[in-house]
Design a protein around this ligand. Sequence first.
Ligand SMILES: Cc1cc2nc3c(=O)[nH]c(=O)nc-3n(C[C@H](O)[C@H](O)[C@H](O)COP(=O)(O)OP(=O)(O)OC[C@H]3O[C@@H](n4cnc5c(N)ncnc54)[C@H](O)[C@@H]3O)c2cc1C
Length: 311
Amino acid sequence: MPGIEIIADPKLSDRTSIRLGGTAIAELCLKDIKFCEKVPGLLASLGGRPALIGAGSNIIAADGPLPLVLIRFAGLDKNPSFARNADKTLVTAPAFLPLPALLRSAAARGLSGLEGLTGIPGSVGGAVAMNAGSFGAETGALLHSLTFFSPRFGLKEIPAGEAAFYYRRADYMGLPFGGAAEALTQMTGPDQWILLLSAVFALKESAENEVLGRMRAFYARKKLSQPLTGKSAGCVFKNPAPQIPAGRLLEEAGLKGRGAGGMRFSPLHANFLINEGQGSYAAAADLMEEAVALVKKNSGLLLEKEVRVWS
Ligand SMILES: Cc1cc2nc3c(=O)[nH]c(=O)nc-3n(C[C@H](O)[C@H](O)[C@H](O)COP(=O)(O)OP(=O)(O)OC[C@H]3O[C@@H](n4cnc5c(N)ncnc54)[C@H](O)[C@@H]3O)c2cc1C
């Protein structure tokens, strides 16, 4: 179909950084915003639940055939654009732009604000949907405006203040950005999805070498404490409170380094579940379940997943 490439039987293991997951019904690759309106009709004819995918760095998908249709915005022009606005520079980035590429472009122009997001893989759309953050920076707080498509709201550009940003989730009018793939969203209808198309960030003028210096320092700190090159989906569990890191609770409950079936909680950081090569979703699910039970027993606290589980 013009403007939308339809890929049959897409494998989640090829599309997620943890390299797990079976085969979805189809993947719809939207090449241009102007074809958004065609997606609901295609979904209706293909059946299955819509699963909006960015770079797949926060998703753990189940094995076997999955009743999902992946929706990916994958336009051609990846370049962010820059415009002055009062004391800020507005940087418009397509949702499919890799977040690290956005950080590099901003740094090259001496624009500051995004440095705390250094080392977070994934796409701009995924960062907005997850309100990704680290070192005290959060994506939502850096935004000026957003453009998205949803069968419920149509094609819309909103000021960032109209969206709501929480700890690792974000929504518009109560409907989370993303799709109905995740049990946590409580969504039922096939039209309950919001595809982010682009985001505008408001950044401050600084000097290139200062921005790069901060990025290097953040990356060095991350590399020391997190297994950044392993096959993972980032932190598995949310911190129950800012001063109670899930990684510490997992470590205290004896999960650091524990593994089975080709999956292992990293010996470097207990909140990262690593696929050692031959891992499966079944092994990951068992370890996550065991971790929740052991942490509850050890600390009394119930861990909630940060990763999005697709099944
Ligand atoms: C090594 C490693 C380190 C990490 N470190 C951090 C960290 O420090 N801080 C942090 O917050 N996260 C971290 N993560 C997790 C992950 O990188 C982020 O959550 C990232 O923002 C996800 O982006 P993505 O494009 O990969 O999204 P995906 O994994 O593809 O999707 C994640 C969610 O976003 C939704 N989504 C994706 N794209 C869109 C779109 N265009 N429109 C609507 N919804 C969309 C999906 O439906 C899904 O619900 C890390 C992951 C890894 C592997």
